[in-house]
Write a protein that binds this ligand. Structure first.
Ligand code: ADP
Ligand code: ADP
Length: 228
């Protein structure tokens, strides 16, 4: 079944120097459990598309459905709630909160959703799953390696059990060995049912996806099923 649907999505950034058409009439359907790579040159609209998919921004025109619900009429607070329960975000630069411990970073979206601390052990279980032990969990992000920080970010992305994992260059700040480890974690989560959407410059990562979507000048120019 379908988890994401874009119908004729366009995004215009109005600038003094003239409007920028960052996305031009994109239609797209993504099924539950798919692994989709989004590729394209710099400035082609990948981040803009990811912001739409993550409900971080609303389109100028067109309709976006997440889990069957149209987001275009939603209020900011409805959008925030939908993001919290449906989507896990993983970024190139990890985006952990610098003053919180690894544990608190993973717990943070949980407290936003449930308005209480986690007393179920869920945070510890997720940290354990990504190989961050109790001692490392007490450390602040700046005291962890890049690979450790990204593993904390993966645990954080899972804490509210989202249907979709949205990843923006998830291995872009990691050495290749650590990048492979992080990709293997993401692929394992995908094999257990998470819909995985990755924006990447890396053809090696795109080749691992079920499907590769190419964006150029704001247009969807290719949508290819990878046979492997
Ligand atoms: P990519 O992620 O593929 O590098 P982007 O989505 O960042 O591409 O950018 C697509 C186009 O939209 C570019 O021309 C970029 O300059 C423009 N753009 C992106 N974000 C903004 C913004 N917030 N304001 C104005 N223009 C933007
Ligand atoms: P409530 O359900 O009233 O929010 P909790 O039992 O969740 O109460 O939490 C009580 C106190 O214990 C909170 O002030 C919180 O700071 C602390 N606490 C709860 N869970 C954890 C945890 N997993 N790790 C550290 N401190 C916690």
């Amino acid at each position: 079944d379908e988890v994401v649907r874009l119908e004729n999505i366009s995004k215009i950034y109005p600038l003094l120097s003239g409007d920028v058409l960052a996305l031009n009439n994109i239609s797209l359907s993504i099924k539950t459990g798919e692994f989709v790579a989004i590729i394209g040159p710099s400035g082609s609209g990948k981040s803009t598309l990811l912001n739409q998919l993550g409900c971080l921004d609303v389109p100028t025109s067109g309709d976006l459905k997440i889990g069957g619900k149209s987001i275009t009429q939603m209020s900011d607070s409805e959008l925030t709630h939908l993001r919290l329960i449906m989507i896990g975000f993983i970024f190139q630069k990890f985006n952990l909160l610098p003053l919180l411990s690894a544990y608190e970073n993973v717990e943070y979206p949980y407290t936003l959703k449930y308005r209480k601390r986690d007393t179920s052990g869920r945070v510890t279980k997720l940290l354990d799953m990504v190989g961050i032990n109790e001692d490392l969990a007490k450390h602040k992000p700046s005291e962890l390696s890049g690979g450790q920080q990204q593993r904390v970010a993966i645990a954080r992305s899972l804490v509210n059990n989202p249907k979709i994992l949205l990843c923006d260059e998830p291995t872009g700040n990691l050495d290749s060995k650590t990048g492979v480890l992080v990709m293997n974690m993401l692929k394992k989560l995908n094999s257990k049912g998470k819909t995985l959407i990755i924006v990447t410059h890396d053809p090696g990562i795109a080749a691992q996806a079920d499907r590769t979507i190419t964006i150029r000048d704001g247009e969807l120019v290719a949508d290819v099923v990878n046979n492997q």
